[in-house]
Each structure stands twice: as C-alpha cells, then as structure tokens.
Design a protein around this ligand. Structure first.
Ligand code: ATP
Length: 377
C-alpha cells in the first residue's frame, strides 16, 4: 500500500513536445485510480513518470512521503503490468510466478506458500506445471498479473493490461481485478481506453485531454456531474447527445429552443441557469440517450414541465435488453435508448421528452458545464 502525490508534474520530450501539463493528483493508500482520455493525451507518459521509466521535466513526485523524482525504478517499490506482458517461455507457470521472489532471495517455503495462494486466488492453480505456450491469452494474462502480485507490491501500475483479451475474457478479468484489489488492497494506477473498465473498477477516474487533467472524480460523479462538454462526451456509451439551443423567456416562462422544438425550463433550473449567467448565451444542451423518453412514457414526476423533441429515426439497433434508435434531432445526430418493446422503425419520426432533471447545459464557447455542482471535499 502506498500514497502517491504528483505536484505540478510536467513532461516535455526532447523534441520540445509538451505531453503532460500541470498534473496534480493525490492518490490515497489503497485507491484504484484510472487514467482515461483520447489517444495521445499523456496517460502512458504520466504512468511511466510514476514508474521511473520517463524523466519528470518539472514538478514533484512523492511516494509514501519520499520525493521520488530521482529514485531508480527498482527503488520505488512498485510493480508494473503492461499490455504486452512478458512471461519466460521456458519456465513453468510456477517458476514464472516464483522468479521475482527468488531474485529477492525469499525463503523457498515462503515462495511456495505465496505462489500457491496467489495462483488459487487467480484460479490458475491447476496450471502451475504448464509452460506459457500451453496457456490461453487470458490465462497468460493471469499468470503475468500473478507474478506481480506474489511480490505484494505497495503500488501496482497497469497500462491497458486487458486490451489483448477478447470481450468475454476482458469482462471476467475485470471482475477478478476488482476482487484482487479488495483482497490485496494495493494502490493501483491503471490506464485504459475502455470506459467499462474505468466505470466499474475505479475509485476515482482521471479524465485527461491534451496533457491536461479535465476532471478527477468517482465514476458516478464523472457520469452525472461532468465538469465540461469534453468529459460529458467522452464518458458514456452511447455518448451524450448534444444540441445547440437558444435560451429565452416569454411571458415570464423560461425555455430552451432547439430548432423547431421548445422545451419549458422548470423554475428551479431556470434560477440556476440565471445565476450562472446562462441566459442570452449560446448553449449546448446535453442529454444522455437513457434520459430521453417516448412522450407517452414520461411522467410528470420526472421533471417534465412541457415540450418535446422530434427525432427522425434512421437506424434501429436491438441489443436484447434495450433498443438504441439513432437518427437526428433538430438536425444533429442523436441516439435514444428505449425499452425493446418499442416498435419504432427507421423512417419514422417520434416525439421524445427529455428528463429535465438530468439535462446538462454547456457554454457553447468554453464547453463549461453551467450546471456543474462543485462538491467541496
Ligand atoms: P495512447 O492511449 O494512444 O497510448 P497516451 O494517452 O498514453 O496515448 P502518451 O503515450 O503518453 O499518450 O503520449 C502523449 C503524447 O506524447 C503523444 O502525442 C505522443 O505522440 C507524445 N510522445 C510520446 N513519446 C514521445 C517521445 N519519446 N518523444 C516525443 N513525443 C512523444
């Protein structure tokens, strides 16, 4: 277990490219932290700086209260699992797992106990005598993780550890990683492209864009209270719908106008928008596919006070438990998630009512979420 702090950490590569800017993060003991963001946003660079594989250009890295900028990787008491995990092909699974402990001159009986216990936990105890060539991708990955876990690292760094696996194995390994984290309570820093991994495994997610942190928060908060349009659009699948809207007031009633459609704004929401100086600005309405409902399904209690959006349906995607309809609302691409009993077909136009308690409003110029609730910690 370890605390890790990054204070104003920056990375400029020798060619002058600044890959990480003003990175500030306090990772608590035992926390599972996940870095997400588009390709090239600096996730791996940050991870490699923590590992000691990349020099820190400026700022401070603290591991357990010790300034770690100049510590060799081996002195940082951390372990790494990468996408392309390496196993020794001529050693058995047992020997692969025992190798790191042997190097550290751990007693033979202690090695045996740790290897067998870890193997049992990862459900690879029946594979201990096999060579890596006789293992499936998922089994190899478990052995790779096992060889790291036997050493009980204080800090575990994982860079896309599951990305080589097929969907089913990935989901199994995801569950196992969650168990491993609970069981070992190691501090884990994890990089992924996979939103489901981030949403299900992380205590906190760090969303990055172009080398900068956009938001650090729990998966729920990131999903429900994104700081800006980038985070809102990046997290969630299918992504949040965005519609340019005009805000206005008529006869004392506040409304949002999206193309031909007009949505009434409930009084409390109107006050929040007013307090944020939102009226009169160009705004982007953000609404998740599951927060749009067929007109007849919508109840008064869900925050609806009037108005609907017309969606021209172009594609119907049946997913079993739900159906996704893709099409256009007010000329913008849009998607709605409905009950599979919905019989709508491509070519039809349907009336949708947004749950006004769930909508987001972004400043069209800055992308900032006007309805962001700043939670004091
Ligand atoms: P991905 O998800 O594609 O792995 P990432 O978020 O992990 O991306 P990094 O690998 O950290 O991104 O790279 C961040 C940026 O730094 C990228 O634009 C990359 O091209 C650049 N970069 C990485 N290594 C070097 C290097 N040695 N010299 C110059 N630029 C580099």
């Amino acid at each position: 277990m370890a605390n890790v702090s990054l204070v104003n950490v920056e990375k400029t590569y020798p060619n002058g490219f600044q890959a990480v800017k003003r990175f500030n993060l306090d990772i608590r003991d035992g926390e599972f932290i996940i870095f997400v963001g588009p390709s090239g946003c600096g996730k791996s660079t940050t991870m490699r700086m923590i590992a000691g594989l990349e020099e820190i250009s400026s700022g401070e890295l603290w591991i357990d209260g010790q300034l770690a900028n100049f510590l060799e990787p081996g002195q940082r008491e951390l372990s790494m699992v990468f996408q392309n995990y390496a196993l020794y092909p001529y050693m058995s699974v047992y020997e692969n797992m025992a190798f790191g402990l042997r190097v550290h001159k751990v007693e033979r009986s202690e090695i045996d106990r740790k290897v067998r216990e870890t193997a049992r936990m990862l459900q690879i105890d029946h594979l201990l005598d096999r060579r890596p060539a006789a293992l499936s991708g998922g089994q190899k990955q478990r052995v790779a993780i096992g060889s790291v876990l036997v050493r009980e690292p204080k800090l575990l760094l994982m860079d896309e550890p599951l990305s080589n696996l097929d969907a089913k194995l990935r989901s199994q390994m995801r569950e196992e990683l969650a168990k491993i984290h609970r069981r070992f309570s190691s501090t884990i820093v994890y990089v992924t492209h996979d939103q489901v991994e981030a949403m299900t495994l992380a205590d906190r997610i760090v969303v990055m864009k172009e080398g900068e942190i956009q938001q650090i928060a729990s998966p729920n908060e990131i999903y429900n209270n994104p700081v800006n349009q980038f985070v809102a659009g990046f997290i969630g699948s299918p992504s949040m719908n965005f519609l340019p809207v005009r805000s206005g007031v008529e006869n004392g009633n506040y409304f949002l106008q999206a193309g031909e459609s007009r949505l009434a704004i409930p009084a409390l929401l109107a006050k929040r928008i007013k307090d944020q100086g939102g009226f009169g600005k160009e705004l982007i309405l953000g609404i998740r596919p599951e927060d749009l409902h067929r007109k007849k399904e919508m109840s008064e209690s869900a925050g609806q006070t009037g108005g609907e959006l017309q969606m021209k349906v172009m594609v119907r995607e049946g997913l079993g438990a739900e159906v996704l309809l893709h099409g256009e609302i007010a000329g913008e691409n849009a998607c709605v998630k409905l009950d599979p009993s919905c019989g709508t077909r491509p070519g039809e136009t349907i009336a949708l009512v947004p749950d006004m308690t769930k909508i987001k409003l972004f400043d069209a110029q800055t992308g900032e979420n006007l309805l962001y609730l700043s939670l004091k910690r």
